[in-house]
Design a protein around this ligand. Structure first.
Ligand code: DLL
Length: 432
């Protein structure tokens, strides 16, 4: 369902709107945020230099380090008294990244989240079980406000308490599950242990995001749970969830909400803007946010853009699912490896579960990679020889397809830690 006509504007009209908004936001930050004034001055660019959309390329990028340097509120473009909410993303090192919202920003966020849910086929008749974490993380409250705006019934479960998730899903007849893809599988397994088959429940759609997942993972979730699994994308810095999302009609790329977020793809090494279709780092500019506008924010997420109109009727550009980040790319003996590539290979096999862990280490001068993957009960009770053969076969596939040798260890069911939110797939002991 199309929630807002902005989603199917003719491109010319959309670009006109984007240019108007870009001019305004550039002026807004130049006049209100010392950080931007300084950066624009250093780059020799003034707000009035923005005459065409392409002129955005004259503006400098903003990075995570810039946000850290201005911790906690230094990048806010309004007085703190006009900020009605803050969120923060944890980050792996040091201080969190803090973001702020005015009343209008919260309304905007509810709007893009209502669109996200509508694109996933959710309507006011649905019961949305929201198992994204509530709190500083943007997932919980983001989905919450969007679902309410849509008029659906929200069950604000937050993450964790998995048995209760199953009980309420069954008792309330939840039709939509919102959580990370890895947590959905955790819920599925606990349900099974409790003797509940999710396939038999009214659940019909999952809105999954906040971590990378592969097409094979989608297939696995859809067939196990008997639902449509929809990929939703966003990041706290830009707004939270609600930056881009798939439509249930096509499930072929995520529609970027371009009337609010201007998207570019750049070469992460040179910063050069790449044409449609080429893979690179996603860069977003917020066009309408008040408290925490961002200009050309480097996400470190890797994707590519497809401008073809979609069969669902939306005219917005679609981004390919994010399969990795420039900073979670592993370099193993000089070869670039993304955990999602490994996931894709693992899930080609019958009898392997979607629970795996990649352990990277260094022995002498050599990087080593061990992949632990759980097998199903049936496979686990097979003879050792068969298991060894299977592990060898996966090792060969990884060598052939990614070009790096790994040691594959098939482990007992339920030995790899389950996640309630973003799954931890990699332990890199080299950094410690
Ligand atoms: O994860 C916002 C969110 C909440 C998105 C709920 C979707 C659903 P952060 O904690 O700031 O915000 O983390 C943002 O998570 O830069 C990506 O690397 C990753 N990410 C988010 N969605 C996806 C996705 C939220 N669908 C970071 N696929 C982003 C792959 C994703 N990675």
């Amino acid at each position: 369902m199309i929630w807002n006509e902005a989603e199917r504007l003719p491109r010319k009209e959309l670009e006109k709107l984007q240019l108007e908004r870009l001019k305004k936001i550039v002026e807004w930050v130049y006049n209100r945020v010392p950080f931007y004034r300084k950066k624009f001055d250093e780059a020799g660019v003034k707000p009035e230099d923005i005459k065409h959309l392409q002129d955005i390329q004259k503006l400098p990028f903003t990075t995570k380090d810039d946000l850290r340097d201005n911790y906690p509120f230094g990048m806010f473009a309004v007085d703190l008294e006009d900020v009605v909410r803050v969120h923060a993303s944890s980050g792996t090192t040091g201080k969190p990244t803090v973001v702020g919202y005015t009343k209008n920003d919260i309304e905007l966020w509810a709007e893009v989240m209502a669109r996200t849910l509508a694109a996933a086929g959710v309507t006011k008749k649905d019961i949305v079980q929201n198992a994204y974490g509530y709190g500083l993380f943007t997932g919980g409250l983001g989905v919450h406000y969007g679902a309410e705006k849509l008029g659906a019934t929200v069950v604000p479960m937050s993450g964790g308490n998995t048995q209760k998730q199953v009980m309420l899903m069954k008792d309330f007849g939840s039709t939509v599950l919102a959580c990370t893809p890895s947590y959905s599988l955790n819920i599925y397994e606990v349900a099974k242990e409790m003797g509940v088959d999710i396939k038999e429940l009214p659940l019909r759609v999952g809105v999954f995001g906040a971590e990378p997942w592969s097409e094979n993972m989608r297939r696995e979730i859809e067939s196990k749970m008997g639902i449509d699994a929809i990929d939703i994308y966003g990041l706290s810095e830009i707004i939270g969830p609600g930056v881009a999302s798939e439509c249930i009609e096509a499930k072929e790329g995520l529609h970027v909400f371009e009337n609010h977020f201007l998207v570019e793809i750049i070469n992460p090494e040179t910063g050069e803007v790449l044409p449609y279709g080429e893979k690179g780092e996603l860069v977003f500019t917020t066009l309408t946010k008040e408290a925490f506008p961002l200009i050309r924010y480097r996400t470190r997420d890797i994707s590519w853009l497809n401008p073809e109109p979609c069969k669902c009727g939306r005219t917005t550009v679609r981004m390919a699912r994010v399969t990795g980040r420039t900073d979670d790319m592993l370099i193993i003996r000089g070869v670039n490896v993304f955990p999602s590539q490994i996931e894709h290979i693992l899930l080609e096999y019958e009898g392997l579960s979607p629970h795996y862990l990649i352990i990277v280490d260094r022995k002498g001068a050599l990087d080593t990679m061990e992949i632990q993957i759980e097998v199903t009960e049936e496979i686990f009770s097979d003879e050792i020889k068969k298991l060894e053969w299977l592990a060898k076969k996966i090792e060969n596939d990884i060598k052939d397809l990614i070009g790096v040798s790994a040691e594959v260890k098939l482990v007992e069911p339920k030995t790899i830690e389950r996640s309630m939110g973003k799954a931890k797939r990699v332990i890199d002991k080299r950094k410690i």
